[in-house]
Write a protein of this length. Sequence first.
Length: 386
Amino acid sequence: MMVEPSQHTSSPMLFKQIIGQEQVKKQLIKSVENQRIPHAQLFLGPEGSGKLPLAIAYAQYINCLDKRNGDACGACPSCKKFNKLSHPDLHFVYPVKKASEAKPETSDDYLDKWREELLANPYINPGRWYRKLNLENKQGIIPASESNNIIRKLNYKSYEAEYKVMVMWLPERMHQSTANKLLKLIEEPPPKTLFLLVSENSDLLLSTILSRTQKIRVPKIDEDSLFTAVSEQFNLEAAKVREIVHLANGNYLNVLHFIQTDQEAKANFEWFVSLMRMAYGRKVVDLLHWADELAPIGRENLKSFFQYSARMIRENFMLNLEMERLVYLTEEEKGFSSKFSRFIHPGNARRIYEEFNRAHRDIQMNAHTKTVLLDLSVQLIKLLRI
């Protein structure tokens, strides 16, 4: 049930595919048209504003062999490689795991994961990337070992493009020794070399880095642009789009979160209603089909469903006790619960609640999914008739 942007934005390399930010685009395009491209630029802006795809679109536009109407063509040999993030003169640096001195690691060790994640959703944030690296609650770092790698790459001649481009995401996560080593290179890079730094917190950057870069300020996405993009990408009513856009506050990642949450809630509600009706009706064959349908959706989605179901049991129990001021249900959930709640009472509420929590624990412990679902169904058949 994960929500990703549609193909319209999953290849983020053209200006026209980036949501809003028209003034920033004009600024970047003008620098190329006037042949006044600063060699070190710092893209600054809040999460979900599109800083990183803007930097890549800029690099693609600069190296495009057939620029058209203020954008890259998307079809020349250079653009085709940019579309896959595989151009030999496009380099990336980003935070990675802390490594031991015996095994220093650099961005190159995670390049396949980086490309996969960025092509899936260019509006990436640190938390999403750190989860991809299995960092749990830790933060990544641009380690000291990265500086030599950067210097080596940028001292090579360009393979085929006019400009070599180094895109550094979250330079505030640079080890201080890395930053110190790069100062001279950022100030006086080899000819036709661009540094594009993309930061979410310039306060954490060294003042010496800040002073050597031209600032490109990227604001939140305006509501009109966000409304148009969401309407085109997702099949939602206009009123729902307006609500989501307002809540997102200019952050495209918030849009995806709200849509995913809404879709998850709808799916969980439908599965819960089906399960309760079949279990109460003792429809064993239907429950077997239900288990077959849910088993392949993945452990994380199943855990979400069990958590949702446990909450619904709690809310229905409160309804049964006529404690409506403590009940938190949507209108759709209320419609079902107004009749269902009489079956969740002091004689079975706690035990049903515990069965959903047990199913959640079993899935977390890698138990066989279909077995867990069938066992849960059997227990509900018994408990709903008490």
